[in-house]
Design a protein around this ligand. Sequence first.
Ligand SMILES: Cc1ncc(COP(=O)(O)O)c(C=O)c1O
Length: 1020
Amino acid sequence: MFLEERTAIAITPADAQQWARELYGVTVSAKTLPGEYDANFHLHANDGREFVLKCMHPARESAFIDMQCAALKHLAKHCQHLPLPRVQQTRKETSFEPWKDAAGQTRLVWMLGFLPGQTLVKAKPHSPELLADLGKFLGVMDVALCSFDHPAAHRELKWDSSRAGWIRNQVQVISDPQRRALVEYFVSLYGEWVESRADGLRRGAIYGDANDHNVLVSPAWPQPRRIAGVIDFGDMHHGWIVSEAAIAAAYAILGKEDPLALAKEIVRGFHSAFPLNEAEIAATFPLVGMRLAVSVVNSAIRKVQKPADDYVTVSEDGAWSALERLAKIHPRFAHYSMRAACGLRAVPTGEKIKSYLRQCENQGAKVLEADVRTAPLCVFDLSVGSTMLGANPANAEVHTLTRTLFESMEAEHVAIGVGRYNEARLLYSSALFGSEDAPTEERRTIHLGLDLFVEPGTAVCAPLDGVVHLLAENTAALDYGPLVILRHATQQEQEFFTLYGHLTRETLESLEPGQAIAKDEIFAHVGAIHENGGWPPHLHFQVILDLLDRGAEFPGVGRASERAVWTELSPEPNLLLGILTEKMPSGEETVEETLSRRKALLGGNLSVSYHQPLKIVRGWRQYLYDDAGRAYLDVYNNVPLVGHSHPRVVEAAQRQLALLNSNTRYLHENILRYAERLTALMPKPLEVCFVLNSGSEANELALRLARATTRSDDVIVLEHAYHGHTNTLIDISPYKFDGPGGGGKKPWVHVAPLADDYRGLHRRGELQLGAKYAQRVAQICDDLQKSSRRPTYIAETLPSVGGQIVFPPEYLKETYQHVRAAGGVCIADEVQVGFGRLGTHFWGFQTQGVVPDIVVLGKPIGNAFPLAAVVTTHEIAAAFNNGMEFFSTFGGNPVSCAVGLAVLDVVRDEELQNNALQVGNQWIAALKELQQEFELIGDVRGSGLFLGLDLVRSRDTREPAPEHASYVVNRLREQGILAGTDGPHHNVIKLRPPMIFSAANAALFCAELGDILSEDPAQA
Ligand SMILES: Cc1ncc(COP(=O)(O)O)c(C=O)c1O
């Protein structure tokens, strides 16, 4: 029987206080801490110090305490920087003392300094970086423990992984046969992977209990969180050192969707401090499973012994589901993943097999009768960012794609088209490759074979001698269809496989498993669309080093996050085929490469979003796709108004560009059609259009128009406003001239307070808010009038850069009245909010019941094609027409006007304003519900699909929470949702997605946001 299984006796906080005073001379208050066998107390001394008093179970031997004290002292000396509990000396200068409890039993009592920190079990989230830090912490500690030993560390302990085989004789205590089988499976893995390699597993004193209740982490801020220590050295023992990492991983994966990904992080961190050998790396995954198996068996035994004791079953449910998840991972796949995490080549035999493939290539290996080394061929770009495919999934429909590929081959006079290996593709839209209803979840995108597009019926020959390993027909849509796997061996008898997918059904009838196939023998034929799994006719040729017992289910496409492992399991098939590398352009460069080239080539103040920059190569509807094919829900970009790559907009641009693109010095009807459509959407007297290329160009012109009318330079702007990047627009943008690098306010610029009813001068609840804010503009107008100057007033109708602000009612009405009374002109900058986004109205100024003198349009007007416009009155246009020619080379060209027309058509035909209203209302309601739950959301505001979440550290003070906002936005990005921050304090999360955004998209956003808001760094 293990020592700890004897009955414990209760000790009260009063006892603890008394013992602390008498043994250590400290006056304290005491609180009981949870514990399985011993009585532990958290002590607060009068002088502010905190301790943990440990009153051991009477059965505990002094050697056991001595070991812990000696280990902690050893660590304090050998790795001082690690935050670990410090042993306090008694008044007698000893580390612990025997003491009699009320029942007369002798307890060994000792005291440690209290280590502050939150337990890992309560910390949220468990980021990969935090878990890697845990691994590293343990690795550093174990390096120091290498020079430590103690007789008690060699005691018998049920948690010692090197003795975990004890559960073999206990599994029958688990009554559920399925669960018992699960435990038996991990016991067998332990035998096969761990015990059989025990000679290679280094032994030493280890802490042995990095469970999530014992690991402490630093406060949520500052980010990133670090490991703040480990407590409870009671399970310290002399065992396999690698178990340290495995034990930590076993607890860290509880309740997690992807246990291997997280376990890997701990092992990665551990290995960085305590380099593991091959046997140890191989043991990690089975040891994780075995630790959990020991835990569930232990709980089952304890439940029989002590049915009412909750403590023993603390992690039982989590352990069972973790075991179930782990059991789905092939142990060799886990091993390869752990090797990759430790910086090794994932598959140990990989290099040898690859060099054998190269040798065979030299001997003329081929899979088609035509030799791809010399035959004319073309290489296709089927990547996520392929311009041949475009964004529209209709282009990937099998018949369309077949036409595209084979017509292109015909045009190039080649009979073979090549699809590249290790290419991220979005061709795999079937549910086989990812979940349909979770659009932002990672899908399988990385192509693990080489495609040879050839006419159906083309003969396939064996590149090497081999044996038919498997014949199958995978009938699911976009699967392999009929496939053959051949088995081969290197001269050193290392086995590997080649896979041939999308064949004819006849191929399967002509072969038998076990049949020998000689090099160059024709053994298969390429299938047609109707039989090959629904693909353009091609041979999918893949080399596989380890089938992972998956047979015909071995994937031809892997997850990008596991790329390092899959591309080792299935190395480059061209090693064998020898297509000249100059004919085979390599795929896209990595994010890191692109980032460093960007830094070298482009201006440094061109900012990049997110801590981990995104490389976006495709956009479709409300989704953007990175180069690895991950979809991101676009909640941020208002420019692609009708959705990214809308086919009607794309077609309008393509058709007109293929016919004519010139300038406005020739007559053309497109600009007139467009001006007619645009002015028809405006109230009278806004009847004259100027068509330009960017919001800045349009605001520049608007200012010129206004000044031509007022004959004064003076401009009234709002606090925090941004109107564009030209010299004059920077001068009228407080966001820029008052911001970093800004040159301050020019004398002709007059800044009025932003009518922000949440954190401005006048707030919700006050009467006549609009009039009060407008009065501030009136004062400026009065001052100008005194020196006979007339103002130009420019404002966004719902300030976006200012923080997604909705003006209080009557604000613009009264303001415009004051400005006009002073002989001024009112410009409405609608660059962000126009075109129906607000749901209730087509233009922002309509929400305030005003008609501006000049309206500026940009951003969404061309759905991301460079287009902008100014609409004004005949009177103002006439004042501007002073003899100087107005000409913008590209402004109003036939292509941009065709695009503008298509955008207006789509907004009308797809009823997008109404969609913005309906979805926006549901979204606002759901966001307000989140606001009830999370203090951080101070305000939810906006209209339609133009919304803002104002994040605050305190609802009372409304102190902005910019770090929290940045945290939330970066976490959303990790979860596949793109949002951004804005506002003068950078604390407003702005939501302004393409107007096709759906109710399901809004629900997904709210669900993810709710999860993130419950994480520690998001607490107000
Ligand atoms: C309100 C507003 N006006 C004008 C501009 C300038 O537009 P562009 O960047 O197209 O020159 C912007 C750009 O962010 C804007 O937000």
